[in-house]
Design a protein around this ligand. Structure first.
Ligand code: NI
Length: 184
């Protein structure tokens, strides 16, 4: 396994439409896509992300990985077991939406307030080539929408309705992070 370099905003690969994976490649343990998946897992864990899309490591193919276990950047987030999504597609978006602050390894210093559907249905293949359907809500639904956007050349900035709600992380923590009132 190897840790890969993260493509940051401005790298044209982030703006390309990613190509679907040929599912036959998944049955070969040493295929390019299986090696890519292992390298993406190492990279995501090393950089502390909760999700990573292949264009973020300069590979324009439809692979996304997710994992969230007591992440420092998202201490309140729900746990997501390691999940590999090949050729994922969101087949249903709830009309009900919610605003939430997002970050991205390709825009590592920023947080931005983004509106997303509260629930989505997603279809994909796992790394064994088996079809999986995920009904997601809340945090997982947001992460799926964010990561699958990367496969379509989009970053969270493109989804922002109000760029005054874009902040460096330190300023986000100072001015925007809602502190729960302390009960004394
Ligand atoms: Ni991202």
């Amino acid at each position: 396994m190897a840790k890969l370099e993260i493509a940051r905003l401005g790298n044209p690969v982030l703006r390309q439409t990613a190509q679907p994976v040929d599912l036959k490649e998944l049955s070969e343990p040493d295929s390019d896509v299986q090696v890519l998946i292992d390298d993406m897992i190492e990279t995501m864990r090393s950089d502390g992300g909760v999700g990573l899309a292949a264009p973020q490591v300069s590979r324009s193919v439809q692979v996304v990985i997710l994992e969230c276990e007591e992440n420092e950047r998202y201490p309140e987030a729900q746990v997501i077991p390691l999940t590999v999504l090949v050729n994922p597609e969101i087949t249903h978006y709830s009309e009900e939406t919610a605003m939430g602050w997002e970050s991205c390894l390709s825009l590592i210093d920023f947080r931005g307030l983004v509106r997303r559907s509260r629930e989505v249905t997603m279809e994909a293949f796992n790394r064994q080539g088996e079809k999986t359907v995920i009904q997601a809500k809340e945090f997982l639904a947001v992460v799926l929408q964010h990561e699958i956007d990367h496969l379509h050349g989009k970053v969270f900035l493109d989804r922002m309705e109000d760029l005054t709600k874009l902040a460096y992380i330190k300023e986000f923590e100072t001015y925007w992070l809602k502190q729960e009132p302390t009960v004394s």
